[in-house]
Ligand binder design. Structure first.
Ligand SMILES: *Cc1c(COP(=O)(O)O)cnc(C)c1O
Length: 415
């Protein structure tokens, strides 16, 4: 190691690009895509834990700020480790461009704010992640942006809302926590006719199981905190779409408002992407087994998982998604009793599965949406979304599936 460090230091970070050409499969892209090696020839992607960069001459700084040379200026703008993550995500999504952010919510907020102004309209599906509901329902109207929620599964509602011009359509499919599926091609066609850009929150599906851009959407957003890290270590977000938008208004918004992803978290997420397909395989086989187990359980009233024949949009899910994902929600059958007490009893009896509001993690995690993630919603709205007191959301992890079934068995037996 010391031998390498005796080399004279270079004024500019010595990065050579090894961008992938052509036809790599996803597994290869996720291990190697976007890698830039420094002059030290490191195997794993280097962690550039620095805020700034130096210039050999004042003329180089001037040229950099004029955008005449392609170099790193400041980590709020771009950083080599973050750039490697963005390129890897871009290749995976098949998008023209990608930017990352410090969290999924920063990605969602920036994706909308970079393209709306007072007087614009935003139309969104009602079944949204809680914080997104706040942004669309409470924050945007305060800035003079008109917003409207629709039942995402009902094309007639979309059609009515999009009979007037709109700037942005925002939707999440499958939705949290009831795993509703929204018809992305049909909604995109209606949105485009109304002049709107379609943003899809693709967290539940992951970039491997659903490709919203191929389905007609314009922009995809991620909480990389979920499956992309998938090991409960860090927050992160991503925004992907056409370069006209990403390298234009979005880049301007991100650079000057500063929700930049830390290089350390970018590095962690790069490592997460390397194992994403492997982890998803196990997530999927476990989730399928748990969904079937729950469907057969006498104390379970209803199971929500997009692959089940009992799912009302199973056919649409099959058209849009490669597989159903790693979350299964279910309602317990509490007879005449107190549904919340019965659900709490199941959560409290679990010994392996942890109570947590996160998802897409290697650890199986369980949530009671009505009292946590969706607690802020008015009761009628929760009812409209099917979030009853008996509903439990389970993010299925990577543990041995027999152990998980045994854990659920003993927890449900007390209900
Ligand atoms: C978690 C999540 C977010 C927000 O992401 P953070 O990284 O927690 O900020 C947005 N959308 C969905 C669907 C999520 O599950």
């Amino acid at each position: 190691m010391t031998e390498l460090l005796t080399e004279p230091p270079l004024a500019v970070p010595p990065i050579t690009s090894a961008l992938p050409e052509g036809e790599w499969h996803e597994e290869t892209l996720l291990v190697r895509g976007g890698t830039m090696r420094s002059a030290f020839g490191e195997t794993s992607e280097a962690l550039f834990l620095n805020s700034g960069f130096v210039y050999p001459r004042a003329e180089d700084a001037e040229a950099a700020f004029k955008g005449e040379n392609d170099r790193f200026i400041y980590s709020r703008y771009a950083n080599p480790t973050v750039a490697m993550l963005e390129e890897r995500l871009r290749l995976l999504e098949g998008a023209e461009a990608c930017r990352t952010t410090a969290s999924g919510m920063a990605a969602v907020f920036a994706s909308i704010m970079a393209q709306v102004k007072a007087g614009d309209r935003v139309v969104a599906s009602r079944a949204l992640f809680g914080s997104i509901h706040y942004i669309v329902g409470e924050l945007l109207p305060g800035y003079g942006i008109e917003t409207e929620f629709v039942d995402g599964t009902d094309l007639a509602s979309w059609e009515a809302a999009l009979s007037r011009p709109a700037a942005v359509v925002f939707l999440e499919t499958p939705s949290n926590p009831t795993l509703e599926i929204i018809d992305v091609p049909a909604v995109s066609a209606l949105a485009h006719a109304a002049g709107a850009q379609v943003i899809v929150d693709n967290v539940f599906a992951t970039p491997i199981l659903q490709k919203p851009l191929e389905l007609g959407a314009d922009i995809v957003v991620y909480s990389a905190t979920k499956h992309i890290d998938g090991q409960g270590r860090c927050l992160g977000g991503g925004i992907l779409g056409r370069s006209e938008y990403i390298d234009g208004p979005l880049q301007m918004f991100l650079r000057h408002t500063g929700p930049a992803l830390s290089p350390f978290n970018a590095w962690t997420l790069l490592k997460g992407l390397e194992t994403l397909p492997l982890r998803l395989d196990r997530h999927l086989s476990n989730t399928r087994a748990i969904a079937r187990y729950l469907e057969d359980h006498p104390l379970v009233k209803r199971v929500l998982f997009p692959e089940l024949l009992s799912h009302p949009q199973q056919e649409l899910a099959r058209q849009q998604m490669r597989a159903g994902g790693s979350v299964v929600s279910f309602e317990i059958n509490n007879g005449q009793g107190d549904a919340k007490a019965a659900a709490f009893q199941v959560l409290n009896r679990l010994k392996i599965v942890d109570i947590s509001n996160n998802l897409g993690d290697s650890k199986s995690l369980v949530t009671h949406p009505a009292t946590t993630t969706h607690q802020r919603l008015p009761v009628e709205e929760r009812a409209q979304l099917g979030i009853t007191d008996a509903l439990i959301r389970l993010s299925v992890g990577l543990e041995n599936v027999e152990d998980l079934k045994a854990d659920l068995d003993q927890a449900l037996s007390g209900a």
